[in-house]
Write a protein that binds this ligand. Structure first.
Ligand code: 3HC
Length: 703
């Protein structure tokens, strides 16, 4: 069956062929769509009855880009048609071609639209070139045509960030000719009729060079310099700048060929494969196997947050940003006022940075209502408790929630360390209780770790997972176990870095190696920023339970004993002037002292060893977490790490990284360290089998 349906519509000015792209669920531009669309365009161009063409997507959605699932797969035996061939047919069509854009026109979809002579859009349509987020660049003329409409400076921002434009913005920037108020097809046909009546000349974007002329070369030099740190090690954003620069310095045909070569380079890169894995893992994480189809999320129309501290305020912002009214409850008026002031300050920063407009902030602030009374929040569909991290405090909060909340309300706790079941059992409705672990700053970090307790009902789980999507988070479901998914792996990550310090590395070397791998910040800079005292207090409390037979690094404790709590005390692993940390000889001496005490002969540790050892430990722990049923699948661990812990998305995640190395290599590292270090490195039960599989695959690859 064809993925493109053609129909003929009479207007007062002549017949219009409507080509409807129909490829559920989102109308992705697969090879089949390209083949069918090209044939339909040729047919309409050749059909003497047809005066104009309208391209539209089924279900009101235009095209979100090429079909991501086809990248990296071998080409089938059938015909091969590129997006460029379809666009060439559209742009050179002698009859006016109008793209009718609804919901999304992204990536190759926007490129198709830019190949048409005119564009109309619904006001809710999002238009953009998000290829960079999957390690690609727009390879069908996006880097060449968009700058011709919005100018090179704006195109640089749009294409390197991948952020979409609103339809209104697209109209102001000249990307869209007209916004359609009523049904999209009717609006597009009326527009086509006007084009025909007025005999409007066909607008070929590739021929419009005015906005490129006289572009200052400094634009590109400065843009590259501004983003150098952020893009370290990433191919696609750098190539995008090269392509837009080429658009300004070379004739269209030459720059278009340049774009194709750059696209092919990105397409062949390991980063593209890793980023598409991340894209798919993020979506897969939302699926919970084994639930009956009639378990559907219940609607969330209002929320409440308990605790107006940094975390509670950030969570309230998440709801308000998504347009949901939210109560912010705190026990005392001063805390509430402080919380509100902090929220306002955070919003002011967003406005200053340009990430939100003042109007958006005003709307969000109007949705947040402070209260001191539990009685006020009883009708909220969900309540997220973000009180002090103490079981007694949390149980008390949940008893009060139990007394006031309506029966269907989801009762969520933002605990990062406590047992969800103990909290749930403080209520008479444990089935309604769930963990919703946000990451700081909650309004920024994309991860939501959803923790199911023993009694949590499936409906509460799917409701919380669906809510995550509404508030723009990537949800990962975790079992109720110490550290859940993320912090359990973080403990292993920190432990190995600390051991490497004892064996010969320095904090700045570990950080350099991790940043070289792609982490935005090394572990020790991150710890210094977060403050070392909180972890110290937790370790002091846990000391009584610690297994003294296992290796333990006292370096962090020693720093705290000397009052070095990180940035806030001017010294931690680094010494600080303001926020800038510099290496400190005192810390090096402290570490050497610990090595001596531990009878470890310090040795040279390479950056590669740091990366390999730390990531192998994370992957081994990840396998255990999946094996114990705490995480549903390895991809969930990747999604959690990318969105909650700064793991470089272009490396796919710790589990993806390990699979790319080959589990046989990870197995060798783990078993070697297990022999040398003992139980902390016990191999995950599945590791040997995975290693054997990879060993066999490797044996089949010719040397
Ligand atoms: N190809 C294949 N499948 C796609 C897809 C695509 N481009 N975009 C989305 N899907 C699939 C998703 O995987 C998901 O499948 P699932 O239900 O099996 O998990 C389903 O469509 C729904 O997607 P979402 O859950 O993300 O639904 P939303 O409504 O939240 O978002 C979207 C829809 C805005 C289209 C979002 O999915 C998205 O951003 N997609 C990717 C857009 C993109 O990166 N486009 C560029 C592609 S590369 C390209 O065009 C190259 C060209 O320049 C040559």
């Amino acid at each position: 069956m064809s993925t493109v349906h053609s129909s003929l519509h009479r207007t007062g000015a002549g017949a219009v062929a409507v080509l409807t792209i129909d490829n559920p669920p989102v109308n992705a531009m697969s090879m089949a769509v390209r083949i069918d669309l090209l044939a339909a365009v040729w047919d309409a161009a050749d059909n003497a009855q047809v005066q104009a063409l309208v391209l539209i997507g089924a279900g009101g959605k235009f095209i979100p880009g090429a079909d991501i699932r086809e990248f990296g797969k071998p080409q089938g035996a059938g015909p091969v048609i590129s997006g460029r061939e379809v666009i060439a047919a559209l742009e050179s069509c002698p009859k006016p071609v109008i793209a009718a854009l609804g919901v999304h026109a992204l990536g190759g979809g926007l490129e198709i639209a830019l190949g048409c002579h005119f564009r109309v859009a619904t006001s809710d349509c999002k238009l953009g070139l998000p290829e960079v987020s999957i390690g690609l660049l727009p390879g069908a003329g996006g880097t060449q045509r968009l700058p011709r409409l919005v100018g090179p400076a704006r195109a640089l921002e749009l294409i390197t960030s991948g952020k979409p434009m609103t339809a209104a913005d697209a109209q102001d920037s000249g990307v869209v000719d007209e916004l359609v108020d009523g049904p999209l097809l009717e609006g597009a046909l009326a527009f086509a009729q006007r084009v025909l009546t007025k005999a409007r000349p066909l607008q070929r974007v590739s021929e419009r060079n005015q906005r490129l002329a006289g572009t200052d070369a400094a634009l590109f030099t400065e843009f590259r310099a501004k983003h150098a740190k952020k893009w370290r090690g990433q191919i696609a954003p750098q190539r995008i700048v090269d392509c837009i620069e080429a658009a300004c310095t070379k004739p269209f045909a030459e720059a278009y060929a340049f774009e194709l070569a750059a696209f092919d380079e990105c397409k062949a890169s390991a980063q593209r494969a890793a980023l598409i894995h991340a894209f798919q893992a993020e979506r897969e994480a939302a699926r919970i196997p084994g639930l009956s189809a009639d378990v559907q999320p219940q609607p969330i129309r209002s929320a409440a947050v308990i605790g107006a501290g940094t975390m509670g305020g950030g969570i309230a912002m998440c709801f308000a940003n998504a347009g949901l009214p939210v109560w912010l409850l705190d026990a005392n008026p001063e805390s509430l006022a402080r919380g509100r002031a902090l929220i306002e300050k955070n919003y002011a920063t967003s406005v200053a940075r340009g990430s939100l407009s003042q109007a958006q902030v005003d709307r969000a602030l109007a949705l947040i209502t402070g209260t001191l009374e539990y009685a006020a929040i009883g009708d909220a569909d969900i309540v997220v408790e973000a009180a002090f991290e103490d079981l007694v405090v949390k149980k008390h909060v949940f008893q009060q929630l139990d007394a006031v909340m309506k029966p269907s309300a989801v009762l969520a706790t933002n605990t990062s360390t406590l047992d969800i079941d103990k909290i749930a059992n403080a209520t008479a409705r444990p089935a309604q209780v769930i963990g919703a672990h946000f990451f700081s700053p909650a309004n920024v970090m994309k991860l939501l770790e959803v923790v199911r307790g023993a009694a949590t009902s499936p409906q509460v789980i799917v409701t919380t997972m669906a809510l995550a999507k509404t508030i723009g988070k990537t949800a990962v479901l975790s079992g109720n176990a110490d550290g859940f998914i993320g912090n359990r792996i973080l403990a292993v990550y920190g432990r190995e870095c600390d051991f490497l310090l004892e064996e010969g590395a320095t904090p700045w070397q570990v950080d350099r190696a991790l940043q070289g791998f792609g982490f935005p910040m090394g572990l020790y800079l991150m710890r210094d920023m977060a403050g070392l005292d909180v972890g110290w207090r937790i370790r002091q409390y846990r000391e009584q339970f610690r297994d003294k037979a296992l290796r333990y690094s006292p370096i962090a404790d020693r720093l705290c004993e000397r009052g070095r709590f990180g940035q806030k005390t001017g010294a931690g692993y680094y010494r600080y002037t303001g926020r800038d940390g510099s290496p400190d000889a005192d810390v090096e001496r402290l570490i050497e002292e610990v090595s001596r005490e531990m009878k470890i002969t310090r040795r040279a540790v390479s950056d590669d060893e740091i990366v390999s050892r730390v990531l192998s430990a994370m992957a081994n722990e990840g396998l255990k977490i999946v094996g114990e049923g705490i995480a549903l699948r390895e991809g969930d661990i990747d999604a959690a790490y990318v969105h909650g812990y700064g793991f470089p998305r272009h490396q796919g995640g710790p589990m993806y990284w390990a699979a790319q190395q080959g589990w046989d290599i990870i197995h060798d590292t783990v078993t070697r360290l297990h022999a040398a270090q003992g139980a902390l490195w016990a191999p995950a039960p599945r590791l040997a089998a995975l290693a054997e599989q990879d060993r066999q695959t490797r044996a089949l690859i010719p040397a």
